[in-house]
Design a protein around this ligand. Structure first.
Ligand SMILES: NC(=O)c1ccc[n+]([C@@H]2O[C@H](COP(=O)([O-])OP(=O)(O)OC[C@H]3O[C@@H](n4cnc5c(N)ncnc54)[C@H](OP(=O)(O)O)[C@@H]3O)[C@@H](O)[C@H]2O)c1
Length: 309
């Protein structure tokens, strides 16, 4: 099969489009013909060797943990999946990913893709939508009537977080550059904040939840926007955040996990017209390095997707 592999950590040029062995599904696994794979910041962080401390791979490895495709074959004990099923998922990041014609994944990590959209748009969903869902609902327990500040609201995680928060009945403030202010309004953000002209902590107050997608200075300035007892959930860090107590609030870092029942619920939201997917750029698999360069700018609206079939 064709795949994009990393033989040594480094710049986008280390991504090699080449022949690679086609994986075989083991027990409890299915083989998926990948139709599209999304590009996420973690892909280039891994490629560059930034996260060697917590994710170790045997090189060469295949990046990409966000896909939509069709079940090609089924291993033993793989549940009711059968060839031809159209599925999507965010598989185990410790294994080879989806920048390839085929991926072997655990049957317990996939769900039926939304029926109403194509594979390119479906591939743009699992990793970032699950992250937004798990951060807002499982961790911060965001509920109707609450107020949330979402940083990078136009980005891969942010646009789903905004849509989920509005669907839940929350009030939303969101940050983005001037270029994305109209997009934030289209998403439903109640208080869009242009970080190029406005310090968000001067105009956003008394929120129940902050979704921190940026860390650094953005996180430091976010504590004061929370109500006493509020909750900051960050995607950059793990476990409890010690500095939260000094601000009279709670803070925790989360790491997204595969969750097929949440993916099924998310697919239903898409198919009932309540959730939209925004794809900013589509590249062929052979141009994965260009896709990484674009992702590394940090200014993508929605998602980048590699179209494989
Ligand atoms: N812990 C986890 O499980 C987990 C899961 C997913 C992602 N992450 C991490 O979370 C971060 C966000 O992920 P993502 O996929 O959403 O990234 P992304 O799609 O690449 O984010 C791009 C967005 O960031 C916005 N942005 C850039 N600078 C900003 C600033 N100073 N203030 C507000 N917005 C700004 C951009 O808007 P403008 O163009 O308008 O500036 C753009 O829309 C990444 O570091 C990623 O690795 C962690």
């Amino acid at each position: 099969m064709k795949a994009v592999r990393v033989h040594e950590y480094g710049s986008p040029e280390v991504l090699r489009y080449e022949d690679a062995p086609r994986p075989a599904p083991g027990a409890g696994e299915v083989l998926v013909r990948v139709h599209a794979a999304a590009v996420n910041p973690v892909d280039w962080k891994i490629r560059a060797g930034h996260v060697k401390g917590w994710l170790q791979y045997t090189l060469p490895m295949i990046p990409g943990w966000d896909f939509s495709g069709v079940v090609e074959s089924v291993g033993s004990d793989a549940g009711s999946w059968k060839p031809g099923d159209e599925v999507y998922g965010r598989p185990d990041m410790s294994r080879d990913g989806a920048y390839a014609d085929y991926i072997a994944v655990r049957a317990s990590e996939i769900a039926f893709k939304p029926k109403s959209i194509d594979h390119v748009h479906a591939a743009a969903i699992p990793l970032t939508a699950l992250t937004a869902w798990q951060a807002c609902f499982d961790t911060a327990k965001l509920s109707a009537g609450q107020r949330i500040l979402i940083h990078a609201a136009a980005g891969g995680v942010g646009n789903f977080a905004v849509q989920f928060a509005k669907w839940k009945g929350a009030w939303v403030a969101g940050t983005a550059s001037g270029r994305n202010q109209e997009f934030l309004r289209e998403l439903g953000v109640d208080q869009p904040v242009n970080y190029e002209t406005t310090r968000f902590e001067e105009v956003v107050h008394d929120v129940d939840v902050v979704l921190d997608t940026m860390a650094g200075d953005t996180r430091s300035r976010s504590w004061g926007t929370l109500k006493p007892g509020g909750f900051l959930v960050t995607l950059l860090g793990r476990g409890p955040l010690e500095e939260a107590a000094a601000h009279g609030v709670r803070g925790v870092g989360v790491l997204v996990k595969p969750n097929p029942s949440q993916l099924t619920e998310i697919a239903e939201l898409v198919d009932s017209g309540k959730l939209k997917t925004f794809v900013n750029a589509i590249f062929p698999l052979a141009e994965a390095s260009k896709a990484h360069q674009l992702s590394e700018t940090g200014h993508v609206r929605g998602k980048i997707v590699l179209k494989i079939v």
